[in-house]
Design a protein around this ligand. Structure first.
Ligand code: ADP
Ligand code: MG
Length: 581
């Protein structure tokens, strides 16, 4: 119960901006429902006046019946529908989505990168749907239900005290036992949600690997993997819900007893003539409303439990604390003046590789062109990640112009860096829009031409059917790996930051990159500071300084010529041309 209240309270946060529209909707619903439910009373009055005082007297009750049963409900229904479309129907979901997006962006870059995106999508989508579901349930079910319930119980009170008391006792028993049943499924439900997430994660994973699955002819293996998690979830669900319905059988019996007891009192009322014949109509109509709404409550409770568990998962994810401690008053950094130094830096991945870096010491001076080389897994990307402060060092420190990176204002530091990841993502918008995405100044066409030229894709882009306005497809699928990275480089150059970090694409030397390689990567940097994870000999040859990495350590620092003499390991790498095997 406590947990449910906590989650509901958190969900209310999302409804806050919609408080007034929801209150107004509530008022409309109340009018609509109470009007509809009083109509049976007027119908009863029609019957009574017919038998007692004739047709004349019945006319006004008939009119009242028509107005309350159709005119008011129909009119208010339409008004409410239009009002909701305008104020809440779509706006709440959109608001929830935006809020989730902002909260997700609060996490550190390191967290954002490592979070399984299929898992994230699934949890957020289920959670967001649940908020939307709550809104629907509140307006379409709970509010009408409360209105119906109030009208029915007040009406029954006026017709006969015994009907009122019996209904009240029945309600308490019904809701009480219903909650008892719910408490039995709470824990198993959590497990069910876990299994559902697992199932959807596997499904998304498979969808992502469709190409490979088909190519490797692994349809059966993939189906088997999916079937396993599906069956896991299904069997658990069957157990929970069969048990749930078996227990709910008691509630069915309660309803039958309730209607029976009411019928008994009606019989008594008729015999003692304390109840008129016409009043049979509202009594049974309201009793019907009663049992109907209580069953509906069961349904809402049942689906509500699922929605609450979904929301709990979503809140858990959205409330994750960022794993980077910002210091209380970070020091401003508006320019890069001197050097970046790694001082005795060691790094362990929290949930993975220990010793990804071990005792690393080096300096990058302003204006240096530094190449990082080494076999795959030697720690090159980790170095770049630490410069970006995606993570904090496990040991040692990184100093920027002599100041510990952890003391600096991180967003300002990022403003000084243009970063091109190895598998940079593009949005499904045009090349031009991708290039100016994130630029903080107004970008001129001449500037765009200039960076296209520098990134070595000017000719390629202009030969596309729609030129620079060509859309790149989801995640840039319409471009080759190399082309994609060139666009990312152009985007980085537009930023015009003093430091450029580039994880060179490995997509070897396809023709369009070949042309670019001839024009050395360093040229485009001008007097900027560059750190490039280099996979190509041509890149390395022209670097001022090369850092040779092996198993998380720097085993050589120097120019190409120097290293050939001092570092045998470097020579083997170069000889084999397998700098990133
Ligand atoms: P490189 O870029 O030189 O190929 P990385 O710096 O990416 O190598 O990785 C260094 C080591 O750290 C590797 O052994 C890799 O498996 C591990 N590693 C990299 N990223 C992560 C991560 N996010 N979580 C856990 N281990 C990681
Ligand atoms: Mg790497």
């Amino acid at each position: 119960m406590k947990r449910n209240l906590r989650i509901i309270k958190k969900s209310l946060f999302y409804f806050k901006p919609f408080k007034w529209p929801m209150i107004i909707t509530l008022a409309i619903i109340f009018v609509q429902k109470s009007s509809g439910h009083t109509s049976s009373y007027f119908l009863g009055k029609v019957v009574d006046s017919l038998s007692m005082s004739g047709v004349e007297a019945a006319v006004w009750f008939l009119v009242a019946y028509v107005v309350t049963s159709s005119v008011i409900p129909v009119l208010f229904n339409r008004i409410r529908a239009i009002y909701e479309v305008r104020t809440t129907d779509f706006d709440i979901y959109n608001y929830v989505q935006k809020t989730s997006l902002f909260k997700s962006l609060n996490l550190s870059l390191g967290q954002i990168r490592k979070e399984h995106s299929g898992f994230k999508q699934d949890v957020l989508r289920s959670g967001e749907s649940s908020i939307d579901y709550f809104h629907q349930v509140i307006t379409d079910e709970i509010l009408p239900l409360i209105s119906s319930f109030l009208v029915a119980i007040v009406g029954l009170y006026f017709i006969g005290f015994e009907f009122f008391v019996v209904s009240l006792i029945f309600t308490i028993l019904f809701v009480g036992y219903g909650s008892h049943i719910n408490s039995h499924i709470k824990e198993p439900l959590k497990e069910l949600i876990k299994r559902r997430i697992e199932r959807n994660k596997v499904y998304v994973d498979i969808l992502r690997s469709l190409f490979f699955i088909k190519f490797a002819n692994q349809k059966e293996a993939a189906t088997k993997q999916l079937t396993k998690v599906q069956t896991d979830m299904r069997d658990h669900a069957e157990k929970i819900w069969v048990d749930f319905h078996k227990r709910s059988f008691v509630l069915d019996v309660m309803i039958v007893i309730y209607v029976g007891v009411i019928a008994y009192f009606v019989y008594q009322g008729l015999v003692r003539e304390t109840l008129s014949v016409g009043m049979l109509i509202p009594v049974f109509s309201w009793v019907g409303i009663f049992t109907g709404s209580l069953f509906q409550v069961r349904n809402i409770q049942r689906r509500g439990e699922i929605a609450l568990s979904d929301l709990e998962k979503m809140f858990e994810m959205l409330e994750q604390k960022t794993d980077l401690e910002e210091c209380d008053s970070p020091l401003p950094i508006v320019s890069f003046e001197d050097k970046i130094s790694f001082e005795g830096v060691a790094f362990d991945y929290a949930d993975g590789k220990k010793g990804a870096l071990k005792e690393v010491n080096f300096e990058i001076r302003k204006g240096d062109k530094v190449a990082l080389v080494g076999r795959s897994g030697s720690g090159k990307t980790t170095i770049v990640s630490l410069i970006l402060r995606l993570f904090d060092t496990t040991k040692g420190a990184i100093l920027v112009d002599g100041v510990d990176l952890r003391l600096l204002a991180l967003e300002q530091w990022h403003d000084l860096i243009a970063y091109v990841p190895q598998d940079g993502d593009l949005l499904d918008i045009s090349i031009k829009e991708n290039i100016i995405f994130g630029a903080k100044h107004k970008v001129s066409d001449a500037e765009i031409e200039d960076v296209l030229e520098k990134a070595g894709i000017k000719e390629f882009v202009h030969n596309l059917p729609h030129g620079i306005d060509t859309k790149v497809g989801e995640r840039g699928v319409k471009l080759s790996g190399g082309q994609k990275q060139r666009v990312c480089i152009a985007r980085a150059l537009i930023k015009n930051a003093p430091i450029l970090l580039l994880d060179e694409a490995t997509s070897s030397l396809d023709s369009e990159t070949e042309a670019f390689v001839n024009k050395a990567i360093w040229d485009m940097l001008g007097d900027k500071t560059g750190v490039v994870i280099a996979h190509r000999l041509s890149t390395i040859l022209d670097a001022d300084t090369i850092l040779v990495m092996d198993h998380g350590e720097i085993v050589g620092i120097g120019s190409h010529e120097e290293l050939l003499k001092t570092t045998p390991y470097y020579k083997t790498l170069v000889d084999a041309q397998n700098i990133d095997l």
